[in-house]
Design a protein around this ligand. Structure first.
Ligand code: NAP
Ligand code: 3JN
Length: 338
């Protein structure tokens, strides 16, 4: 386990992507005390420039030698790139915070949401995993309730923005909407079916069980982060024609009754959560409210009509910020404090 110096040399890997670009804006906004920040992507983007702290950074091609002289690397360039380059960086003494699913379920890799399980960082082996965006916002909302009474069952349906798939998917939604308005037919490329004016209950590959990989990420990551392998989790992950901000309808059953009033009280006092729960006056969170926000927004808190210990919630967060880049930078900030 390497310590990160108070002014680390930082590498951003996947710098030209939807998450990578957000990484720069968060490092800048939070005045992360980097001694230097270097942008890496594939050979395709070498030479492009990225504005950062009033300068233009020139993107460099990532190679096996690139990460020899860094203290911290923030990876968001897909699982294949992480699997190939993160272990090389870690071996060279660089601490990697990885946004992909490549290492999330490895026993020696902490899977961390700073508001929920910062203690998991103890004794890391230079690779730390950032959870999937849909998992992050759900556990931010559920961890405080889990402390009041153990959650036994979670049933969640997601409404995920296209930016979760990357820049190409944002472009596809925009161009399909335009093409349809013009009265022409669309040919889906990024998604298997038209995404404009549509809803797809299909994120990532289907497994033999009938669930998708995205759904199983929510199951397995939630159990690891909440350190409870016995929580029952049933997820249905759905892509919606929203550019930014994932929403989730979450139903839980707890060991003993919490009740909606107490749940609201607990949630409004918890780090990283903003309770928005005055439904009669339009006080419920929507994706357009969360873009650019750090907090996870929670509303529609209500008791189940039948199950004594059942509670329903509506949870919304910026998938590129708390779901990816912000959570990674918050992990890095925790590492600086150690
Ligand atoms: P994106 O917009 O498609 O960007 C992909 C980035 O990866 C680009 O900068 C690309 O560089 C770079 N890249 C691709 N192959 C590379 C290589 N061989 N070497 C170096 N860089 C390479 O995708 P995104 O939405 O930013 O997501 C990127 C990754 O982050 C995803 O694949 C996923 O693993 C992770 N992610 C995690 C979450 C989460 O839930 N925590 C959410 C979204 C994404 P070029 O410009 O050169 O192609
Ligand atoms: O689709 C979304 O809204 C989130 C996507 C996340 C994602 C996209 C491509 C590859 C991941 C992830 O973080 O789980 C991965 C991956 O690394 O498996």
């Amino acid at each position: 386990m390497n310590r990160i110096p108070s002014s680390p040399r930082v590498a951003v890997v996947g710098a030209t992507g939807a998450v990578g670009r957000e990484m720069f804006s968060i490092l800048e906004q939070r005045e992360f005390p980097a001694a230097s920040v270097t942008a890496f992507a594939s050979a395709r983007s070498a030479g492009k420039t990225i504005p950062f702290r009033g300068e233009l950074l020139t993107v460099e091609e990532l190679t096996a030698e690139s990460l020899n002289d860094f203290d911290l690397a923030l990876f968001s360039a897909g699982g294949g790139t992480s699997k190939r380059f993160a272990p090389i960086a870690a071996k060279a003494g660089c601490v990697v915070v990885d946004n992909s699913s490549a290492f999330r379920m490895d026993d020696d890799v902490p899977l961390v949401v700073p508001e929920v399980n910062p203690e998991a960082l103890d004794g890391h082996s230079n690779i730390i995993a950032n959870p999937n965006c849909s998992t992050i916002q759900m556990v931010v909302a559920l961890a405080p309730l889990n402390k009041v009474s153990r959650i036994e069952r979670i049933i969640v349906s997601t409404y995920q923005a296209v930016s979760g798939t990357g820049q190409a998917a944002i472009d596809e939604l925009m161009s399909q909407a335009y093409t349809i308005q013009a009265g022409d037919d669309v040919t889906p490329q990024v998604y298997p079916k038209q995404i404009a004016y549509n809803v797809l209950p299909h994120i990532d590959d289907f497994l033999d069980s009938g669930f998708t990989k995205e759904e199983m990420k929510m199951v397995n990551e939630t159990r690891k982060i909440l350190n409870d392998q016995s929580i029952a989790v049933n997820a249905t992950t759905v892509r919606v024609p929203v550019v930014r901000g994932h929403s989730e309808s979450v139903y839980i059953e707890t060991q003993t009754r919490i009740g909606a009033a107490k749940a609201r009280e607990v949630l409004s006092a918890s780090d990283g959560i903003r309770l928005v729960d005055e439904p009669e006056t339009g006080g419920y969170p929507v994706p357009l409210d969360c873009a650019g926000q750090d907090d996870t927004l929670v509303g529609r808190v209500r008791d189940d009509l039948d199950a004594e210990t059942g509670l329903s919630l509506w949870v919304v967060a910026d998938n590129l910020r708390k779901g990816a880049a912000l959570n990674a930078v918050q992990i890095a900030e925790l590492l600086l404090d150690r």
